[in-house]
Design a protein around this ligand. Structure first.
Ligand SMILES: [Zn+2]
Length: 422
């Protein structure tokens, strides 16, 4: 399932996106120790906090490797006869360049020469590969409402490189292989690791947006909109990205903290000093304690809770596993009791809550598999508190599909999200 902001790791290093299920993470603490001794030899100070982050590649090597990956994508686009940048969409490209320049100027990597690239791809996505390119899909430009939302996306992407996520992930993978750890290779752990990288990138990116004079609440607006559109799919997957409602809340909390630095349309005159010390982090020189996690994540705390890197990843993986179990148990107890066609493209479903808890914030989803095997997912939000034994209705509208066609397809309803109330 594609999400916005899906970063380079997915596209460039599919090796690291193995999908597997979690069985246990007992060995993570020893992995952490292993990483610590690896860090002795290969660490560098991370740009945001001055703390150690893992990397086996120097920045120069990172740029060469990251940029080669983007250049390969550009060559493939050209071969496929696709246009890029101004030739693709002059207005959109100018907008990317203009907003990017303002964000980049206040970032930790302002001294590097970066190049934004607009490519022809309908999905809602932008990514970096750890070098000095930032790639924006044309589909993203169509769905964004204003410059502040674009600034939120671009800030988030620069932040992935600043926080060394692409290469940190490679190094984690290598170290885990050396340590012979099963846990770190498993999907749950990998997803949780990315999950935290996403939160870090959100924090840093929203600070950049505020310093550059863009509304810091734009990121949370994007996630609220995503939630309305696609629900959260909590019951279905381990999440490499925080689920939409959670991310809307987290980004709103960050905005609350950095709005003090935001002057509409203007760069904050103290921007450079604020990069080191601000409401989110303080540049320090504390050493990383072996076995207790460290790296950039040690800066987290204020609004987001403790997400120290490895411990946090472990906790996050088990939290997700619990949540998935709970949703799957509830899913069996929310039963379809009726279906009714509304018009050519819409139909209504009635469910019954056969669990012994009330449910609120209910999102019901439907998976539709067509004859080619392609699966599409749609959601409907249900208002109110649904008591045990109560029935409730939701409707789906598919502009590109006639309800009658569904008879030839596989249709499966599921509980996408819910908050149990006891
Ligand atoms: Zn990201």
């Amino acid at each position: 399932m594609r999400s916005p902001f899906m970063n380079s790791v997915v596209k460039i290093f599919p090796l690291f996106m193995s999908v597997a299920f979690l069985s246990g993470c007992e060995s993570l603490q020893s992995v952490d120790r292993g990483l610590y001794s690896a860090a002795e030899a290969v660490s560098e100070r991370d740009l945001v906090t001055g703390q150690r982050t893992l990397s086996m590649a120097s920045r120069g090597q990172q740029i060469a490797q990251g940029n080669a990956a983007v250049e390969q994508i550009l060559a493939e686009q050209k071969k496929a006869g696709k246009k890029t940048n101004a030739a693709l969409d002059e207005k959109a490209y100018q907008r990317v360049v203009r907003v990017f320049d303002r964000i980049h100027r206040v970032s930790h990597l302002a001294n590097e020469r970066w190049l934004p690239v607009l490519i022809d791809d309908p999905s809602f996505n932008a990514f970096t590969t750890g070098g000095t390119y930032i790639v924006v899909h044309s589909g993203l430009m169509k769905d964004l409402k204003d410059d502040a939302e674009l600034a939120a996306v671009l800030g988030h992407e620069i932040a992935h490189t600043v926080a060394n996520h692409v290469f940190e992930r490679q190094t984690h993978q290598t170290a885990a292989l050396i340590a012979g750890s099963e846990a770190a290779r498993q999907g749950g752990y990998q997803a949780a690791f990315t999950h935290e990288s996403e939160i870090e990138a959100d924090k840093i990116g929203i600070l950049y947006a505020a310093l550059a004079g863009f509304d810091p609440y734009a990121a949370s607006r994007i996630w609220e909109r995503q939630y309305k559109k696609e629900g959260s799919a909590k019951g279905l997957f381990f999440h490499s990205h925080p689920v939409n409602p959670e991310r809307a809340l987290l980004t709103r909390n960050v905005a609350n903290q950095v709005k003090q630095y935001y002057h509409d349309g203007q760069q904050n005159p103290e921007a450079a000093a604020l990069l080191d010390n601000n409401a989110l982090w303080r540049k320090g020189s504390e050493s990383v304690e072996a076995g207790s996690g460290g790296g950039l994540s040690a800066i987290l705390g204020t609004a987001l809770g403790a997400y120290a890197q490895h411990q946090g990843t472990k906790q996050e993986a088990s939290r997700q596993a619990q949540q998935i179990q709970m949703m799957q148990a509830l899913d069996k107890q929310v039963v379809v009791v009726g279906e009714k066609v509304i018009d050519q493209h819409s139909w209504q479903v009635v469910w019954e809550n056969r669990s012994n808890v009330s449910l609120k914030d209910v999102v019901m989803g439907v998976l539709i598999k067509d004859s080619t095997g392609k699966v599409s997912r749609y959601v409907t939000h249900v208002a109110g508190n649904i008591k045990p034994a109560a029935r409730f209705a939701g409707s789906f509208t598919l502009p590109d599909l006639k309800v009658a066609q569904l008879q030839q397809m596989q249709v499966k309803y599921y509980l996408d999200d819910a908050t149990p109330v006891r």
